[in-house]
Ligand binder design. Structure first.
Ligand code: SF4
Ligand code: SF4
Length: 269
């Protein structure tokens, strides 16, 4: 995202809605976007209505009001002059929008948002079968984000344990080698709101993975969230819970249950 300085009147409305706190007031009293921190989520542009006022008009009003010791307060949900300007995103910067802008469809997976449905459609796709654990590691969150160099550290740590990375996942598609988890060099300095690594392994290996993630979280400059999933047994029990508890964690109550009417595209062995 860019801000057209010829239009900006420095009202500051865009600062509060930036998911990365990447917008600041410059010395000239106009706002500017820190391009290293901006993840191209488009939130500022979507949330703030363009009021369409001429910049000279708003500046004149502000000047008159300030001479009377009064302030000019634009409505909080507008950019009074339409100064926010989405930029043309070339590779590899376009990756930022693909992972951070919910209205952008990921070119590799056809899914918007962070480019993956994770395990939400498992009853149809059968990504995770009986006896397997699905592991989802999200690197970054709004407010802090994540560089792909940190995503790579997590992926390489997981690869050393011999996981199978989910092929229909946008991070897997950025790997130059799925055996090592190495991510393509040209994207390592790109920053996104968050990226999700998906993989699966035998249920009994859950403690091993959680221990490894504990180690790697000290090496990354962001936060990591972990999800573990498995197929419910016919009696309703959840197979992964015991393995998570063995590692010393208390699984949070099953907070999200996705019920679908989709027809399974696989047969359980
Ligand atoms: S909302 Fe628009 S006019 Fe106000 S500071 Fe941001 S870019 Fe400038
Ligand atoms: S596109 Fe997102 S990260 Fe960039 S300035 Fe706008 S809200 Fe902030």
């Amino acid at each position: 995202m860019e801000i057209d300085k010829k239009k900006c009147v420095g009202c500051g409305n865009c600062h509060a809605v930036c998911t990365m706190a990447a917008i600041y007031l410059d010395e000239d009293g106009k706002s500017v976007v820190n391009q290293d921190e901006c993840v191209e989520c488009g939130n500022c542009y979507r949330v703030l209505r363009n009021e369409g006022y001429r910049p000279w008009f708003v500046r004149l009003i502000r000047k008159i009001l300030s001479s009377l010791r009064l302030g000019y307060l634009a409505e909080v949900d507008v950019c009074p002059t339409g100064a926010l300007t989405p930029r043309q995103l070339d590779w590899p910067r376009s990756l930022r929008a693909a992972f951070s802008d919910p209205s952008t469809v990921h070119p590799g997976t056809g899914v918007s948002g962070r480019g993956t449905e994770e395990i939400k459609s498992n009853d149809v796709t059968g990504r995770v079968r009986r006896g397997e654990a699905g592991l989802v590691v999200e690197i970054g969150r709004p407010g802090i984000g994540a560089h792909f160099r940190d995503v790579e550290k997590v992926a390489m740590a997981m690869a050393r344990l011999g996981v199978a990375f989910e092929p229909m996942n946008p991070v897997t598609q950025l790997m130059e080698d799925e055996k090592t988890g190495k991510i393509r060099e040209e994207v390592l300095n790109e920053k996104v709101l968050s990226a999700i690594i998906e993989m699966k392994a035998e249920l009994k290996r859950i403690p091993e993975f959680l221990r490894e993630l504990e180690k790697v979280q000290g090496e990354v400059d962001t936060v990591i969230s972990v999800g573990v999933a498995s197929r419910c047994l016919p009696d309703g029990t959840i197979p992964h819970e015991g393995w998570v508890k063995k590692t010393g964690y208390t699984p949070s109550p099953n907070g999200k249950t996705n019920l679908g009417l989709g027809r399974p595209l696989f047969r359980e062995d």
